[in-house]
Design a protein around this ligand. Sequence first.
Ligand code: MG
Length: 441
Amino acid sequence: MKGPRRSDDGAPPTGQGLGGGGYGAEPESLGVYTSCSPLALDPFIAPEFSAVDWRGVARRLLILGSTGSIGTQALEIVAVAPDLELVGLSAEHSWEPLVAQAREHGVRRIALADADAAARAAEAWTDGEVLTGPEGLMTLVIESEADLVLNALVGSVGLGPTVATLGEGIDLALANKESLVVGGELVTQLAEATGAQIIPVDSEHSALHQLISAERPGTIDKLVLTASGGPFRGRSRADLEGVSVEQALQHPTWAMGGKITIDSATLMNKGLELIEAHHLFAMPYDRMDVVVHPQSIVHALVHLCDGASLAHLGYPDMRVPIAYALHHPERVDVAVPTLDLADVGALTFEPVDTDTFACLRLAREAAAEGGTAPCVLNAANEVAVHAFLAGRLGFLGIADVIAATLERVPAGPVLAFDSLYEADAAARTAAAELVAERSLA
Ligand code: MG
């Protein structure tokens, strides 16, 4: 019942804050992609009916975090999409895969967060320009003249490029949920002011985007996000006392980067997704639910005012939401298996255990408090997950560190992006101290 490729987000955590330069991540095989897209195969489609705009000009696409899980799958989609022209790529430090991508796709400008990696890339690749650091990434965005930016960075370091993209009035395909968790109000206000669109890449939010777009305002009662439950579904708190990093990285349905896989094991990922959905769809928190659905076939559902409920189904395969975001409002063929419900057999659902998985409760509380609280929650989580992956913190310590950080760093109002940068830095300092106090090393 599993699709051939299953991936959600980018990469291992960088532990960097908002001002850092964490880009995408781990290289992954590009694989072979066979599309039955009519755009790719049918030369007789008149331009006015194709996804290429009326000028016959391809949309210019910039991919941030192109060596991560989302980035490499996006490149598979771009490779068979004549309506998309790749104008730039970025990575954190994986310079060799990044240069290979630039060569393969004829890209002339790349950025690497890591200065040493950028220097080595510039030495090895003389066909274009290599930018470096957070400023280099900003330059890449601002000077790209892109029509669409795919932000597939990992962590709150993605906020800066999100702001730069929307500030330029460029449409944003958003895989970096932290941009909305940390800066949701300011980010959505900015998009509204410049007229740029935010198209979610997160599978649940892509599903909601597709479910909601045909509905008139005022008809939606409730949004429901599904959660696989992660590798520790059904366990008690005591069971989780000594779980290893390897056990936490064994996600039952999605193959993803390290940070999001741990977030899925703690259910923090679903908490971050509630905050993301709140901002994307302007939905109050008391009208959003989470239900555990171990098969990951139903990605989201909406309850409508007339008693109807609509669900979005499909095998868990990130190429579907990525292709949707890159081609919106068009749809193109994606080479994924058609859902066979008889083969799947049973779809099951159960309530979330927020006693065992305290992170989801902490996320809901921070969301309700508002202001800088979600920013503090996110920064503490990034630090704690990084420490867990490095063997310096136990699994249950992740929620403990987040709860204690939220106590130590009181929430304040978000007056400007500076408020967020300050809260992020204060939370990282507090969380690092709390990790050290609990250190296993
Ligand atoms: Mg998701």
